[in-house]
Design a protein around this ligand. Structure first.
Ligand SMILES: O=C(O)Cc1cc(O)ccc1O
Ligand SMILES: [Fe+2]
Length: 483
């Protein structure tokens, strides 16, 4: 059920279209006509170009935006590092955005991450894991955020390290960006591309929590549709892009810009608001999408299809070749399962890709919820070639249940950050957060029963011959259970 059917306050106005060329002006006539950088702009605005790809990237991939603003973003004091234990304007210790990774094959599952009333956006970010290196523009980082305060007035944040794909799980994010305002609720997502400054306030003072995939290389695009045809999954027109909105604040008050740069936090002051863009046009902008608008496709005959049919956004890997993603954002929305003679939950599997999953709400059809299970605001990581699949109870039920058409996931939304890279886990993610479930594997898969039955008298072996008297029809499960 889409959330954006509900009233959207007038303050938030959007233009529609993924990867469309958009243009917007908060004052009529602020955009130059038939020029990007005229000698003088109307209304005395400065021109600034914001590039999200190299100048010479192919047209199909090129992303840049022209900004017409009161003062250019170059006008600021020196950036200095925010020391690790400082009590800055934000009044909490500086977060660490990078860390040594523990790269381990164990399946991991986390209890729900706590809300944190003490911190605002920047200090609420905890790197759980990832792969690669932002300074090399390779890989991705996965964060949880949990904040109980709005960012202080006259502060802004940007990441030079990558694009933030933000998945709210609790509470609504009110995001003022250089390019306009976005209201992003649970069951919606947004992407804030590298470099774009923003300030997050809590909507109705409610605490917020969710997950972030920071993409260090390239940008997200819609997946190919292949034989599905020209529509389906996430449709272009359902992506929403803010219209220009600016504030006039260029007296002597101090504004602080926080920069996530190479995994460290820096700050600089300036005497004008960064939110002074009166008009812009281009292809590089923040956007949001309501997951309730996803057009879910599935099997109407037999078998459980690959979850790639649930891909909302994908970021292709250059190094790993066609069809391979540094990051896929995949969702498991409510849907009808009708496949006949089929084990309907995910099969047991080991993948070359690694899978970080979480739940926004409800339950996930491959795993039990409840305490100690896979719960909203919790997470799991199934790394490269680490076996996983339904837990014992799910297997027993799904392999014996009557296969009537059934709606799964009503009121639920699970999602997956999938990557072709092996994912590491930070010290925070493995130890400090104290959310790792010690017995995840033991509880999920050790209880699996042996259902194997030896054939009774004779059976055909692979060369076509019959072998006699080997089997005794014994149900092997009793032997396994006795161990
Ligand atoms: O592991 C998971 O739960 C995610 C997943 C779902 C699915 O339907 C098929 C494969 C897969 O990895
Ligand atoms: Fe999986």
């Amino acid at each position: 059920m889409p959330v954006t059917h509900f009233d959207v306050p007038d303050k938030y106005r959007y233009q529609n279209g993924f990867s469309s060329y958009h243009q917007t002006e908060a004052i009529e006539g602020a955009l130059p006509v038939a020029a990007n950088a005229p000698q003088q702009n109307s209304h005395g605005l400065y021109t600034e170009k914001l590039s999200g790809t190299s100048f010479t990237a192919p047209r199909t991939e090129n992303q840049q935006t022209w900004l017409y603003r009161i003062l250019p973003s170059a006008s600021h004091q020196t950036f200095t590092t925010v020391p690790p234990s400082s009590t800055s304007a934000l009044d909490t210790p500086t977060p660490s955005f990078h860390s040594k990774f523990h790269v381990i094959p164990n399946q991991l599952r986390w209890d729900p991450f706590d809300l944190d009333p003490q911190v605002s956006w920047i200090h609420s970010l905890h790197l759980i894991g990832g792969a690669g290196d932002p300074t090399m523009k390779v890989g991705l980082g996965i964060f949880v955020y949990a904040a109980g305060k709005s960012m202080p007035e006259k502060t802004a944040f940007y990441s030079a390290d990558g694009d933030f794909l933000i998945v709210p799980q609790h509470g609504t994010l009110d995001i003022q960006t250089e390019l306009g305002r976005l209201l992003v609720r649970p069951n919606e997502i947004c992407v804030i591309p590298r470099g774009i400054r923003y300030r997050i306030t809590l909507h109705d003072d409610e605490a917020v929590r969710g997950f972030i995939l920071e993409l260090y290389e390239g940008h997200f695009q819609l997946p190919e549709l292949g034989p599905i045809g020209s529509n389906g999954l996430a449709n272009h027109r359902d992506f929403q892009v803010p219209v220009a909105h600016f504030e006039e604040d260029y007296d002597d008050t101090e504004h602080t810009i926080y920069s996530k740069f190479g995994g460290n936090l820096f700050s600089a002051t300036q005497n004008h608001s960064p939110f002074d863009v009166v008009a812009w046009h281009g292809l590089y902008y923040p956007y949001k999408y309501d997951l309730g608008r996803f057009n879910t496709i599935g099997s109407i005959s037999y078998d459980h299809p690959d979850p790639s049919i649930f891909t909302v956004l994908t970021a292709p890997s250059r190094a790993h070749g066609p069809g391979t993603a540094v990051a896929d954002f995949v969702i498991f929305p409510p849907r009808w399962l009708v496949a006949e003679n089929t084990f309907r939950p995910p099969w047991y599997h080991r993948n070359t890709m690694s899978e970080f999953m979480s739940l926004i709400s409800g339950t996930y059809d491959a795993k039990g919820g409840g305490k100690g299970g896979f719960q909203p605001a919790g997470a799991s990581l199934h790394n490269t070639m680490s076996g996983h699949g339904p837990d014992m109870q799910t297997f027993e039920k799904a392999s014996t249940t009557e296969l009537k058409p059934a709606k799964v996931g009503e009121g639920s939304m699970a999602f997956m950050f999938e990557s072709c890279l092996m994912m590491g886990v930070t010290d925070w993610g493995l130890h400090t957060c104290q959310k790792v479930q010690e017995n995840y594997n033991e509880e999920s898969w050790k209880p699996l029963k042996v259902h194997f039955k030896r054939p009774k008298k004779e059976f055909v072996v692979s060369n076509g011959e019959k072998e006699k008297g080997v089997g005794d029809g014994k149900d092997m499960s009793s032997i396994h259970d006795a161990k």
